[in-house]
Design a protein around this ligand. Structure first.
Ligand code: SAH
Ligand code: SF4
Length: 373
């Protein structure tokens, strides 16, 4: 199997081009085709010599994600289910604007990407971990989620109009909150994020990239040492060890004291770059007695709290609290002067809860296969 071209940094490709005695401007052309024009074939790269394109073809794969399913209406949240060559499924979610995440109104697109097929961490409420972990994504599979959605956005907008040569950036914010635990696929994640962040690549500012983690303390410490100013979202969901361990097995490995201390290290290095995600699950973590410990943790890290009413997952027993209980939790948090938001959804619940479309599709495929036998 050839390695994929979108898994390589500019530096690495530059060495290859030097070895081929190709001038630097040829590499610039290639990167332009890959990340600005989002070419899907070598043939499309019309201003590059045929011989060079042939050389590239022989050394590298140029993979394009195949859409297995798409859900959502125009100008609303869109969910993409991708089929990978090994028949694995992953999801990306395109969100038109997300003021809750960035505290600013914006008509810019946010994309939520996956980093693994399945997840090994088995949080009790989550669809992504239900069938365990299958494999890590490679850098190009993370990068290509952005390119594939940008291609779709662009086609959708221009609807038949001729393609302008410079299609321009379509995605401005990235959240690493899809399927999988990003910090458990650390090296591939960093490689992909550097490509997506680079001016020659995705051009998405590091401060516009939020990495969400269930709390892998050692990897948070490692991330703090990286030069980039990525934002960090901690999937907290419980402000005491008792509550958190009940729904998140990872808390037994890295209890709150370890997690918060790693986050303090991140805060020291990066400034106020941390937020807490807190799903409200009825009867589990929505009691008003949870607000005080939550506020205490948030204050220590200068963190903002994003409250998210739980999205039901087929086959799981958990539910979200009534709206009044959600509002009461938010109010009490604000009384402690903690900056907090509550996601109030209008209709469909496809916003969060990545992993559900995959789960449903896999179930349907299993039924079809059974019928076929
Ligand atoms: N593994 C990482 C990133 C992926 S999960 C992490 O856990 O942070 C992205 C976010 O979606 C997490 O905060 C996760 O707890 C949340 N989530 C998972 N299932 C959900 C559900 N059914 N409803 C609402 N949020 C959910
Ligand atoms: Fe994995 Fe995150 Fe889901 Fe937990 S919430 S099972 S870490 S994807």
């Amino acid at each position: 199997m050839k390695p994929d071209i979108k898994s390589f940094s500019r530096e690495e490709l530059s060495k290859q081009f030097e070895a081929w005695s190709e001038p630097d401007y040829r590499l610039a052309q290639l990167l332009n085709w890959l990340y600005l024009k989002r070419a899907t074939t070598w043939e499309a790269m019309s201003n590059m010599p045929k011989v060079l394109r042939e050389q590239l073809r022989q050394c590298y794969q140029l993979a394009v994600l195949e859409t297995a399913r798409k859900q959502g209406a125009r100008d609303e949240t869109q969910k993409f289910l991708w089929r990978l060559p090994d028949n694995a499924f992953i999801e990306s979610v395109l969100i038109p604007a997300n003021p809750a995440l960035y505290s600013e109104a914006s008509d810019r697109h946010t994309l939520c990407v996956s980093t693994q097929v399945g997840c090994a961490y088995g949080c009790k409420f989550c669809a992504s971990g239900l069938n365990g972990w299958k494999r890590n994504l490679e850098p190009f599979e993370i990068v290509e989620q952005v390119m594939a959605v940008e291609r779709w956005l662009h086609e959708d907008k221009s609807a038949g109009a001729p393609d302008p040569p410079e299609a321009g950036r379509q995605i401005h914010n990235l959240v690493i909150m899809g399927m999988g635990e990003p910090l458990a696929n650390y090296d591939a994640l960093m490689k992909a994020l550097r490509i997506l962040n680079a001016p020659w690549g995705g051009g998405i500012g590091a401060r516009k990239i939020t990495i969400s983690t269930s709390g892998l303390a050692p990897q948070i410490r490692r991330l703090a040492e990286e030069p980039e100013q990525f934002r960090l979202a901690i999937s907290l969901h419980g402000a005491t060890d008792l509550t958190r361990s009940r729904i998140m097995p990872v808390n037994r490995r890295y209890p709150l004291a370890q997690l918060i201390s790693a986050c303090e290290g991140y805060l020291d290095k990066k400034g106020k770059m941390i937020s807490f995600e807190y799903i409200l699950i009825a009867g589990v973590n929505d009691g008003l007695d949870q607000v005080e410990p939550l506020a205490a943790l948030a204050r220590r890290l200068h963190a903002k709290v994003n409250l998210i009413p739980y999205n039901r997952v087929e086959g799981l027993e958990w539910t979200r609290p009534e709206p009044a209980a959600q509002e009461a939790f938010l109010e009490k948090l604000k009384q402690y002067r903690i900056p907090a938001t509550l996601r109030r959804e209008k209709g469909g619940d496809i916003d969060a809860a990545c992993g559900q479309l995959r789960l449903r599709t896999e179930k349907e495929l299993a039924v079809t296969a059974q019928k076929g036998t």
